[in-house]
Design a protein around this ligand. Structure first.
Ligand code: XMP
Length: 489
C-alpha cells in the first residue's frame, strides 16, 4: 500500500470541527410580540404544492402510521405518512382508506351492475363499510341500492329487482349547498353526480358534508379528500407507481439518502410518478447541495439522522446529524440555491418548544414518531405495566422490525449487519387530537414569546441562545419536591 501524501492535516480536521447542536442545547430568546399566541398563524407547506394547517407529520413507522393515524392527523390539519413495512397491496390499501375517508365528491365510486346479485352487493358494502351503491350499466347510472334494499332481500335476487330506479341525482358542477339541499329535501344519504349523457361521474354523501363541517381545518386536496403521504424505497419502483395512483406525496425512507445509488434510483422514481416526492434522510449542507443540483423536482427534504428516540445509529456507528443541526444545514443550502423546497425536521421532538426551535432553524414542519406512537390511532399494541397503560413503539431498524422483510433495504442485513433501532413502550396518551392540541397550543406560546406571528416570521425574527448545563438545570422546576417524586403524596 502506498503512503498517502495529499491528505488533510488531522489537526486541521479538529480545527474545522462542527458544533452539531441539538434541541437540548438551545432555547428561544423572547422577542417583541405584535400578536397574541391565540392569533399566531401555524399554517405551513410540506411540499412545493401541498399546504398543511399545522406543521406536524407522523412518521412512516409500523407502530405509528397506518390509515387511522393518517386520517386523524390530516383531519387536524397535519399529514400522516403510511409506513412501508408491509406488502405493496397492504400499503396501497392504507393510502386508499385515507383518500376514501372523506371527499367533497367521491370520484372512484364503488358500484354494482344490475345483474349482480344482492349477495354480491351486500358483500361489497361490508368490505368497504358503506351503506349504499349506485347501480351502473356499462357507465350509465340506472339505479341505486341501499343497505335497507338488500339486507332483508334474498341474496340470490339480482340487484335490478331490488334497486330504486328513480334515482335523485345531480349534474356535474352542482354546488355543495345545492347538493346539501337535495339530500335534505329527499331525505337521502347519497347523491350520484352524472354528466350530460347520464354517465356516473361521482358521488356526494351526507356523511362527507357533515365531516367537512366537523373538521374545518383538515389538510385536503382539491377534491376535498384528506391529504395522504406514503413511504417508499427508491429501489421499489413497482410500489411507488402503485402508490402514486392514490397518495398525494411519496416520501423516500432511506437512512442515508446522500448515496450515489440512492440518487440514481430516486431520479428514475421521480421521472415515473406524478406525486410530489419528499427525499431523505439527509443531514448536511453538502447532501442538500448535491440533491438540489443533481435531482429535479424535489418536493421536500426530510432531514435529521440518528436523533429519533428509538435510534441507535449514532451510538453504534458514530455517524449522524442531530435534527436541529441538520435542519440548519439543509435550510442554508436551500436558501443559498434559492430553491423552493420545504424542510421537514425528523426525529427527536419531545416538546412544543423543540418544534419552535426546529422551525426557527428553517424547517417548515416536523416529523414525529414517539409522541404519536402513544396514541389510540397508532397500530402498536396497548399493554399495562404496573397498572399503567403503554403502547409498543419500535425503530424501523430494530431487530423485530428488520425481521419483516420489507424494512430490509432501509437498514438492511446485506449492507448492514447491525440493528440501528430499539423497541420498547411509551405511555398511552389517548386520542392523537389530545397530543396535537398540546403541541399546537405550546407552539403558539413559543412563537408568542419569540414575537413571531407565522412560521416565516419565526425564520426571520426568532433568535436562539445556547444553554449551559447549569442553565438546563435552572430551566426546569428545582428546589421543590414534586408530587410525582414523592411517595407520600
Ligand atoms: P422520534 O424521536 O419521534 O423519531 O421517535 C422518529 C424518527 O426516527 C427515525 N427512525 C429511526 N432512526 N433507527 C434510526 O436510526 C431506527 O430504527 C429508526 N426508526 C425510525 C425516523 O426518521 C422517524 O421519523
Amino acid at each position: 500500500m502506498k503512503a498517502e501524501t495529499s491528505r488533510q492535516s488531522f489537526l486541521e480536521k479538529f480545527k474545522s470541527i462542527h458544533v452539531a447542536l441539538t434541541f437540548r442545547d438551545v432555547f428561544l430568546l423572547p422577542g417583541r410580540a405584535e400578536v397574541e399566541p391565540s392569533e399566531v398563524d401555524v399554517r405551513t407547506r410540506v411540499t412545493k404544492t401541498h399546504n398543511l394547517n399545522i406543521p406536524f407529520v407522523s412518521s412512516p413507522m409500523d407502530t405509528v402510521t397506518e390509515s387511522d393515524m393518517a386520517i386523524a392527523v390530516a383531519r387536524h390539519g397535519g399529514l400522516g405518512v403510511v409506513h412501508r413495512n408491509c406488502s405493496i397491496d397492504e400499503e396501497v390499501e392504507m393510502a386508499k382508506r385515507v383518500k376514501r375517508a372523506e371527499a367533497l365528491i367521491i370520484r372512484d365510486v364503488i358500484t354494482v351492475a344490475p345483474d349482480d346479485t344482492v349477495g354480491q352487493a351486500l358483500a361489497l358494502m361490508e368490505k368497504h363499510n358503506i351503506s349504499g351503491l349506485p347501480v351502473v350499466e356499462k357507465t350509465k347510472l340506472v339505479g341505486i341500492v341501499t343497505g335497507r334494499d338488500v339486507r332483508f332481500a334474498q341474496p340470490s335476487l339480482s340487484v335490478k329487482q331490488v334497486m330504486t330506479k328513480n334515482v335523485v341525482k345531480a349534474e356535474e358542477g352542482t354546488s355543495i349547498e345545492e347538493a346539501q339541499r337535495l339530500l335534505g329535501d329527499h331525505k337521502i344519504e347519497k347523491l350520484p353526480i352524472v354528466n350530460k349523457t347520464g354517465e356516473l361521474a361521482g358521488l356526494i354523501t351526507f356523511k362527507d358534508i357533515l365531516l367537512r363541517g366537523k373538521y374545518p381545518d383538515a389538510a385536503r386536496d382539491e377534491n376535498g379528500q384528506l391529504l395522504c403521504a406514503a413511504a417508499v424505497s427508491p429501489f421499489d419502483l413497482e410500489r411507488a407507481k402503485k402508490l402514486d395512483e392514490f397518495a398525494d406525496i411519496l416520501v423516500t425512507d432511506v437512512s442515508h439518502f446522500h448515496n450515489a445509488n440512492v440518487f440514481k434510483a430516486t431520479k428514475t422514481l421521480m421521472s415515473e410518478v406524478s406525486a410530489d416526492v419528499i427525499v431523505g434522510n439527509i443531514g448536511t449542507y453538502e447532501a442538500a447541495e448535491d440533491a438540489i443540483t443533481e435531482l429535479e423536482h424535489i418536493g421536500g427534504f426530510r432531514v435529521g439522522i440518528g436523533s429519533g428516540s428509538i435510534c441507535t445509529t449514532t451510538e453504534i456507528t458514530k455517524a449522524g446529524s442531530p435534527t436541529l443541526f441538520a435542519t440548519a444545514q439543509v435550510s442554508d443550502a436551500v436558501a443559498k440555491y434559492g430553491a423552493d423546497i420545504p424542510v421537514i425536521a425528523d426525529g427527536g421532538i419531545r416538546t412544543p418548544g423543540d418544534v419552535a426551535i426546529a422551525l426557527t432553524a428553517g424547517a417548515s414542519a416536523v416529523m414525529i414518531g414517539n409522541l404519536f406512537a402513544r396514541c389510540r390511532e397508532s397500530p402498536g399494541t396497548l399493554i399495562t405495566i404496573g397498572g399503567r397503560y403503554y403502547k409498543q413503539y419500535r425503530g424501523m431498524g430494530s431487530p423485530t422490525a428488520r425481521e419483516k422483510r420489507y424494512s430490509l433495504d432501509r437498514y438492511s442485513l446485506p449492507s448492514k449487519g447491525v440493528p440501528e433501532g430499539v423497541e420498547g413502550w411509551v405511555p398511552y396518551k389517548g386520542e392523537v387530537s389530545i397530543v396535537l392540541d398540546e403541541l399546537v397550543s405550546g407552539l403558539r406560546a413559543s412563537m408568542g414569546y419569540a414575537g413571531a406571528g407565522s412560521v416565516q416570521e419565526l425564520w426571520r425574527k426568532a433568535r436562539l441562545a445556547a444553554l449551559s448545563p447549569s442553565g438546563a438545570e435552572e430551566a426546569r422546576p428545582h428546589d421543590i419536591l414534586l408530587p410525582s417524586e414523592s411517595q407520600e403524596v
